[in-house]
Every structure is written in C-alpha cells, then in structure tokens.
Design a protein around this ligand. Sequence first.
Ligand code: COA
Length: 666
Amino acid sequence: MSSLGIKRVAVLGAGTMGHGIAEVFAMAGFEVNLMDISDDILRNALNRIRDSLERLSRRGGELRESVDLIMSRIHTTTKVSDAVKDIDFLVEAVPENADLKKNIFREADQHAPPHAIFASNTSTIPITELSEATSRRERFIGMHFMNPPPLMKLVEITRGKYTSDETVNITVQLTRILNKEPVVVNKDVPGFIVNRVLFRVMLEACREVTQEGVKIIDLDAMARNVLGLPMGPFELLDYIGLDTSLFIVKAMTERGFKAHPCPLLEDLVSKGKLGVKSGEGFYKYPGPGQYVKPRILPEQGLELDPVKLMAPAINELAWLVREGVATVDDIDKSVKLGLNYPWGGLSEFADEAGIDNIVDALTQLRSASGWEEYEPDPLLISYVKEGRLGRKSGRGGFREYPPEVEFRKYDEVMLRIDPPSAWIILNKPDKLNVLTPRMADEIVNALRSVEDDPRIRVVVITGSGRAFCAGADINQFQNATPMQMFKAMRHYHSMTLEIEYYTKPVIAAINGYALGGGLEIAMACDIRVASEDALMGQPEINLGIIPGAGGTQRLTRLTNLGISKELILTGKQVSAKAALEYGIVNRVVPKHALEYEVMRWVKELASKPPLTLMLAKYAINYGYEAPIWSALSNEASLFGVAISTKDAQEGVRAFLEKRRPRFTGE
Ligand code: COA
C-alpha cells in the first residue's frame, strides 16, 4: 500500500483513543485490525467511527472516499493473536496500566511477524520499559496521538532507549501519510512535550489560586483575553477530566517531573467532581458530559500577570532544548498543534515578552514559592548574559531574528524597526533619559522616518534602563534666559504636537519614572501602558518653575482640574496604580509583563484599518479642542473620508459575509 511497505496495521484497544486512531489509519487507506476485549466495545467503536466519518463527510473536503469504503477496511477481533498475525505496524491504545500494556505487547510479540513495528499511544508509561516486554526493542516506539485523533494534527513520536533510527524514520513518514504532523521526542521523558508544557501552565495556575487567592474564573479569563489561549487552564482541566489530569500529573512526577501537586485537583476528585464528564469540576455544567463554555467578559482578568503564568512553560521549553529532548521548532509545533496555542509557539512568546522578563518572573516565583521547579533554567540565564533577550535586542533567545528587525541610532534616541511596530527608545539610561531640545527633535525625526513605511502600523515610545524619562534636563535651566527657554519649549511643543498629529497610533510604554517632560511626552501619546513600579508626576514646582511641555494642559484634559492642580501644585510623584485611577494611564502591568502587554496593543492596533485609525485619532484630538459644532462637522467630514476607503468597503463586506476583514490600508 504505502511506499513504506506498510499495508495492514493493528490497533489494540478500541476506546476513546483506539477507535479514533483506527479511523485515522483507515482514512489513509490502511487495512486495520481493531481489537478489544468484547464484541460490545467493538460494536460501539465501529458506530463511533461511522458517526465521526459521517460528520467529516458532511463538513466536506476531508474525505476522499465514501464512508462505507473506509469502514470496509476496519476488521474487528477480540483476540490479540488474530489482530496481529499479518500486520506491518501496531498501535497499542489500551488503558494506562503498565502491566496490562506489557502483557498485551508480550502476546502480540509472539504472534506478529518479526518485521512489524510496535508503537504505544501511552502518555504516561516509559517507552523503554514497555519495549522490554518484547523481542523487538529496536522496532518499538512511542506514537502519542492527541484527542480526538481524527481532528488533532499532532503526533508525538518518542524514542525509547533501544529504538532504531530506521524505526523513527518509518514512523515519522507513516505519520505524514496519516496526514498528521510528527514531532520527534528524542528522549523518553515523562509527559513528552505537550503534557510537560501543559501541566507547567496548569500547575502554576493552580498555585496562583491556592497561594495568591486569584479567582479561578479570572485566571481563565486572563488566559483567554490576554494570552489568547483557546481555553483557560481550569476550563481545560474540566474538559480533559480531573481524574485523568490528576493521574497524568502523578505519573509524571513519579517519574521525575519536578512539580508540586495541585491540592484543588485532589480535593475535587475525592468529591467525585471530575469535570465535564461528571457535570461538575471547577465549573458546573448542565449535566454529565454536557459542556458549556464558562462565560467570561472581555475585560475580565486584564489585571493578572500573563508572563508569570507562562514563565514556567518557557522554563520547560529551555529544559527540553538544553537536554536535547526536542528541537525548538518541534516544541513550537507541538504547542501550536497539540494545545492550539496562539503565537508562533512558546519561543515566540518568550522572545516577545523578553527572556530577561521571563527570568525575572521565574526568580520571583522561585523566591515566593520556594519551589525548585521555578529555578530559572541555565539556558535562559545564559541567553540573558549574552544579550539574547528576544525581539527587542534583535537576537532571540531561542531564535535569531530576520533582518526585518533593524536599529537606527540617533544621539539621544534609538529607533527599532520591528514591523508592524517601530520603537523610539529614549536612550540615555545613565541620566534617566532626560529630555533636551535635541532629544525632542530626534523623536520628531524618528517619527517622520517611519511615517511612510507601510510596514509600520504603530509607534511605541519607551525608555532604556530604569526610567521612561525623568523630565527636562535641569542643567539647561541654569542661567537660562527667557528667550532661550521660550525656544526650548517650542521644540517640546512641536514634538508633542507631532505625536498628537502623527498619522499612526503612538503608545507610551512607561517603564519607570515619567516625570516632568517625561510625563508630558507620554500624555501626548494615544495610549499609555505603565509598569506597576513606574512613578509619575510634574515635579517642576520644586524647581521654582512650571511644566512647559504641555503638562498644565494635557494633565487637566486627561484627569480633571482638581487632580491636575493637586499634582502640579505639590509636585508629588504618584504610583502607576494611582495614575490608572486618575485616568492618566490606560493599563498597569507587572514590570516583566510590560513588553508583552505593549505587543498585545501593537498587534491589536495593527489589525485595524490604518487610514481609519488615523481619521479616528484626528476626529478625537481635533474635536477635543474645538467647539462641539465645529467638532461634529469635522467628524462628519472625516466619516465621509473613511467611507471612501477600500478598507471601509472591505470591513462592511467582511461583516456581511461573516469573515475576518483583510485591511490593506487603501
Ligand atoms: N535633569 C538632569 N539630570 C537628571 C535629571 C534631570 N531632570 N533627572 C535625573 N538626572 C540625573 C541625576 O542628576 C543623576 O546624574 P549623576 O549620576 O550624574 O548624578 C542621574 O540622572 C541619575 O539620577 P539619580 O537622581 O541619581 O537617581 P535616583 O533614582 O536617586 O532619583 C529621580 C531619580 C528621578 C527621582 C531624581 O533623579 C529626580 O528627582 N530627578 C529630577 C526630576 C525632575 O525634577 N524633573 C523635572 C525637570 S523640569
């Protein structure tokens, strides 16, 4: 049948996984001997396979043959000896019990032709140990399908101690013939790739609930709303089954996966609350087996820390890579296909969030929990030492970046072109990025230099080191004349107006002090995201001067007369949290999550029609300063301009055709 010389396969076990695996083989044209212990189970399995095939056939495109023809390739038996006698390949999918599996393999080994390869679909038992029950250890391999096999693309192929290269190659090719994506797990580590990564996230989620009092629904909301995961950790645990999850964690930890158990899981399982299947787990369902997605509001969970939740999984990625268990590409592929994670996989998440930030989050977790598994992996530490921090340094930890990430150096600022964003980095860290007329001009020049670059949809302004910007350089005030100052302020005003008039959205990523001129730059931006340790204020009064780069006006517009006077007349600094309450900033996030949060804004804004973003920004900024009739008239005109764009036609058509719009900026 296939070029591999594999024609007939045995699938031992016709339960949840076994029947699905049999279906996948039959769909790819293989003759399948499906075995289980009773005719009832087999009959039920055939019904489920037929159901599933009929559903696939109704969806169209996926079945090349008729359901009957595919079904005709599946032959059932209750005897191992019958199932294996004329096969070329075998997949075992009986319950996760080592003795049971070994007995079946032993029996199969006696009756199967010597050339046949044996694969186990186990997710918890060492492949090496199982292979030792047979006389064909080099032709023995792990082949872990994801549930449900007909829909999930990923197959983890695990080498045991004795598995030959030829067996690995054949299994990889066979997996491709099944129309699945293989990843090779080079060492027989507990949990392979997917479960190790998955349970790092689950167990951290559980720790945050038990140790920090985070609400289950909020954590799931953050996973969905902020990280963009298809399901929150607790939703997914309910879906997998809490008993099954507990079993997997126990099996992994018993075999050396360093982790602390989740008391919530143990507690619920002991009460018979097993998740969706029993009608209740972390959430309540209408009845046993009746899944309803927990209701989560779009703004829920935004205050939780996405980098902290994912940091242990990134640590796991580092461990897997350093131990040579799998390649970065294969691990990325595993989480994308096996867990439906967004991004280009974990490595992309790590490089976007910043490897230094991941290490920071892990270090905090390690000291807060005292748990050894949170010790940052030496690989991550070495990346930080080498300056391989992710996209921001143009060199990823886990991957190099293509030349699209480009740095342009000015005297006092640095411009990083990183489509779809460009980052203006105020770059005098030793002097806390103090503002000078030259810096103001360089900000303007940097903005202009990317204005016509269609790849750049959003500009971010941030500071290097521990400050965003500690205000105007106080040295310039010494012995300054009124006229000199009048001119200096002109530079500052043209810079802040340039930001306000700029044709693309500008985000201030407030990474530390934003004082005086620093806060004034940030307030001219469209969106402000602050690190929770940032301090903000207009301290000029303490120098005997007043804000001169728009502070007396923009602070009032963002907050109100009272707060603005409080801050300007006292010169006091306020925390990011207070700034959020006052309406000065849009979001506050933990320091190590700032870059990730800003990238989220970048991606969101970059997905919008760029010309329309510009028009909206103009309508708001102009209208805020104008009498309402004039402002409304301007709004109506800009609406007219918006409707004339191709993007408006596309947006409206896409809505009516129920698809995602593809905006081109025309
Ligand atoms: N103008 C000139 N230099 C400044 C500055 C400013 N606005 N803000 C900070 N610096 C310099 C400091 O003089 C110091 O330089 P040095 O190392 O040569 O002595 C360096 O930046 C680091 O600042 P330092 O004061 O040592 O850091 P800190 O953490 O102790 O304090 C601030 C940080 C921001 C609270 C403090 O620097 C400060 O109050 N700065 C002035 C803020 C201000 O008034 N801005 C409005 C100006 S109109």
